[in-house]
Design a protein around this ligand. Structure first.
Ligand code: HEC
Length: 148
């Protein structure tokens, strides 16, 4: 009986201590960051870079092909997200500066599962930026103002 009480007391102290270490191991502070935190942290110089393909009418279509090949497996065919990765139709992505998207593609968010895409030529990264941001234009179109 005495040993049962001792065990109970031991568990009383050990329980919370064990729970604590588990929390720390599963990422702690990093978990609290938003999925799109990296975009907001883009250095100003990178963010201000203009997309050299801004006026290229073919860039979004080329970007779509690249997206299907490289990105869809995590972000979903329509970029709306999957259990592996967040939606790229979110305002945080659609309203981001093209330079910020380019920077995230070039550097990845490796510790959180987003690969580095610097192996793709710069032009392809800019095409991807054009494609991703072309989605928002459609998704965010104001349904209350149909064309007259
Ligand atoms: C292996 C899975 C995977 C692939 C492939 C992938 N991503 Fe991601 N991506 C992620 C994850 C996970 C995140 C969330 C990272 C985070 O929490 O910050 C992310 C985040 C992003 C973000 C938001 C940036 C941010 O602040 O987190 C953008 C933009 C993005 N991805 C674009 C792309 C594009 C474009 C491609 C294709 C070239 C691509 N991703 C391929 C997993 C992937």
């Amino acid at each position: 009986m005495k040993s049962a009480i001792a065990l109970g007391i031991a568990l009383l102290f050990l329980g919370p201590a064990l729970a604590q270490t588990e929390k720390e191991q599963s990422g702690g502070a990093a978990k609290k960051e938003s999925s799109y935190a990296e975009l907001a942290q883009t250095p100003e110089k990178a963010r201000n870079r203009k997309n050299p393909l801004e006026g290229d009418a073919e860039a979004p279509a080329a970007g779509k092909k690249l997206f299907e090949r490289h990105c869809a497996e995590c972000h979903g065919e329509d970029a709306a997200g999957s259990p592996k990765a967040p939606s790229l139709r979110a305002a945080a992505v659609q309203k981001a500066a093209p330079g910020a998207l380019f920077w995230v593609l070039s550097n990845g968010v490796v510790r959180r599962g987003m690969p580095v895409w610097s192996k793709l030529p710069e032009a392809q990264r800019w095409q991807l930026v054009r494609y991703v941001q072309s989605l928002g234009a459609a998704a965010n179109a104001d349904p209350t103002s149909p064309p007259r």
